[in-house]
Ligand binder design. Structure first.
Ligand SMILES: [Ca+2]
Ligand SMILES: [Ca+2]
Length: 186
């Protein structure tokens, strides 16, 4: 019985002390990035799929994050992948660089448009892609015209999730119980 309690305590301690997954080749800052291949997927479907996987379409908010993606994640890839930004309010297609938003609500203060983009070339080019034709600089891409889209980039937070109070209480309870049993046996 004592051994069983101690085993349980050990397991609980292992859970409580568990460290978040070690940094991988795919992590930068507090995020991890993966490319999901899904040829021709619409931006909206990609956004939902990224959220269902526990993350969001990648948001690139600094030169460093951008370089990391180009050097480590997108390197040697072909075609184009959705990123987590959309444009609002450009109904007359006259201001292609204005009113871009990250899906996370992060501030839009970094951009890496290809020299010929954003160009509103096709109907509703209101979603952001990173494109091998432009050495993975950015393109405003239309969801209705996505032959070039090969998939999307998912960004997931690697910050540890807080331990629920119930697990702490359970752990404390088991420790207390094993202490009591030890005393009782003496
Ligand atoms: Ca980001
Ligand atoms: Ca374009």
């Amino acid at each position: 019985m004592k051994n069983k309690s101690m085993l349980l305590v050990s397991v609980l301690l292992m859970i409580l002390l568990a460290v978040p997954a070690a940094a991988s080749n795919y992590s930068f800052g507090d995020s991890e990035y993966i490319i999901v291949t899904s040829k021709g997927i619409s931006w909206n479907d990609a956004k939902l799929a990224a959220e269902a996987a526990g993350g969001h379409l990648a948001t690139i908010t600094s030169l460093e994050e951008n370089n990391f993606l180009k050097d480590r994640i997108l390197k040697n890839k072909k075609d184009a992948y959705w990123l987590g930004a959309y444009q609002t309010g450009d109904n007359d297609k006259s201001t292609p660089t204005d009113n871009w938003n990250w899906v996370t609500g992060e501030e839009w203060n970094f951009a890496d448009w290809s020299s010929s983009e954003p160009n509103n070339a096709q109907i509703n080019e209101i979603h952001l892609s990173t494109d091998s034709r432009y050495q993975f600089q950015w393109n405003d891409e239309g969801s209705a015209v996505n032959e070039m889209i090969k998939g999307y980039v998912v960004e997931t937070s690697t910050t540890p999730t807080p331990i629920p109070a119930a697990i702490w209480l359970l752990g404390a309870g088991v420790v207390g119980l094993s202490g009591f049993k030890r005393k009782f046996k003496k």
